[in-house]
Ligand binder design. Structure first.
Ligand SMILES: *Cc1c(COP(=O)(O)O)cnc(C)c1O
Length: 426
């Protein structure tokens, strides 16, 4: 097929290609990206460049076309891009597992490599249900979570996404019915901890696990909460024989100012999911980590194996890039970079608080959020950001950014200006 012109490409895209949460045929024209380098997306057809304020949905923490990650991919490509993981193993997967065990909260010892965040959540839920089944307590099969969460788009994850205002309302009658408590308040409130404790106690006999996004709820509403709630969950889960799952798919790898958000509270969950930034945004891969207690529990059961095994499990190419991305992260003063971006966003987003229609401006780590009192006009907001030379993807009533950690101060200021412009016009 010869190279497509931009209009040809857009017409084929509209007619044939689904986009995330998109209609068919497509209604809003996407921008065509020809290449990306550093923090810049280069648009096709000479339409210029945009500073990326989204890190491609939290993932491209080191920016695009990074020489170290490119080299890791190239080198691995010369060996093998993939082999099956059943009966075979390889250094990239083993090294990655060891890196994850070493850097994650103490006690997480075993790693299941999955091919996307949603699948890693499915695996986490399967681990928890199977753990209790193995121990002869098969009635423990529900999950408890707080409202405002997002855990992915496959079946089990959908069942623990916020049931209202989210994207999965259509299926509410068909999904497993989980236990929901109110959304976590930003600050520590004793009355909310009572609500958490009481709900866990009341449902303990039927609960396999509590699953939450620690400290930052991402796609469910970009809300932040006190890390002290994580300790409350840990204590209540221990007291009532319930497992605790942290979904760190968005928060992992430094984004909130701790390597994992669990670190803000020094809490170890029984099961933890990571994804998104795992490969520095290069390839799809996620992982589910668990403690020895969970692994041994499963192994004592009537079916003593974890019956899950994706075709592309442990993909060597993705694992190699993930190792390189983690080493790149840990080999630098990543915390100073995240703090620098946090300071830049705080300063740059402050003027948004004065705008009509803005109800809240919040910043934590390398995450900046402006909340409106109305649904964002996506087209107007996106165009306003693009005029400032920045790529943003608002949703619901939220205009937000989580830039790559390599974003320089001038570009952070520019992203903040774009968020303000989008808030003004969206
Ligand atoms: C993105 C996300 C997921 C889903 O990951 P996918 O790779 O998109 O399947 C799950 N949980 C959280 C917290 C996420 O941010």
């Amino acid at each position: 097929m010869p190279d497509l012109t931009v209009p040809e490409l857009l017409e084929l895209d509209r007619r044939h290609v689904w986009h995330p949460y998109g209609p068919m045929p497509g209604r809003q024209e996407p921008l065509v990206v020809a290449a990306a380098s550093g923090v810049r997306l280069k648009l096709a057809g000479g339409s210029g460049e945009l500073v990326d304020g989204m890190s491609s949905w939290w993932s491209a923490i080191h920016g695009y076309n990074h020489p170290v990650l490119n080299e890791a991919a190239r080198e691995q490509l010369g060996r093998m891009s993939h082999v099956m993981f059943g009966g075979l193993t390889h250094e990239p997967a083993v090294r990655l597992a060891k890196l994850l065990v070493d850097m994650s909260p103490d006690g997480l010892e075993h790693v299941f490599l999955a091919d996307s965040g949603s699948v890693s959540v499915e695996v986490a839920v399967k681990m928890c249900l199977q753990y209790w089944r193995s121990l002869g307590r098969a009635s423990k099969q529900r999950l408890l979570t707080w409202r405002g969460g997002y855990h992915g788009d496959t079946w089990q994850p959908m069942s623990v996404c916020d049931p209202e205002g989210g994207m999965h309302e259509l299926w509410s009658g068909m999904l497993p019915r989980q236990v929901f408590v109110g959304p976590p308040p930003a600050a520590y409130e004793e009355s909310y901890t009572q609500e958490l404790r009481a709900a866990i106690a009341r449902h303990a006999d039927e609960l396999a696990a509590v699953i939450v996004e620690p400290v930052v709820q991402g796609a469910g509403g970009m809300r932040f909460h006190s890390p002290a709630y994580l300790r409350v969950l840990r204590e209540a889960c221990d007291a009532h024989d319930v497992l605790l799952v942290f979904d760190e798919i968005a928060t992992g790898f430094g984004r909130t100012g701790a390597l994992f958000a669990a670190g803000h509270a020094a809490v170890t969950p029984d099961v933890m999911c990571v994804g998104k930034a795992l490969t520095g945004g290069y390839l799809t891969m996620a992982a589910t980590l668990c403690t020895t207690r969970v692994a041994e529990g499963i192994s004592r059961g009537e079916v003593p194996v974890l019956a899950h095994g994706p075709t592309f499990m442990g993909n060597p190419l993705a694992a190699s890039v993930a190792c390189a991305s983690i080493e790149l992260l840990l080999g630098q003063d990543w915390l100073s970079e995240v703090k620098r971006i946090e300071a830049g966003l705080r300063e740059g987003l402050a003027p948004a608080a004065e705008l009509p229609g803005v109800t809240d401006v919040r910043v934590l780590g390398a995450i900046g959020v402006v909340q409106l009192d109305h649904a964002v006009d996506m087209k107007a907001a996106t165009e306003a950001a693009v005029r400032e030379g920045v790529w943003l993807r608002p949703f619901r009533d939220l205009i937000y950014t989580m830039p790559p950690y390599v974003t320089g101060d001038v570009d952070v200021a520019r992203i903040a200006r774009a968020v303000c412009a989008a808030a003004r016009e969206g």
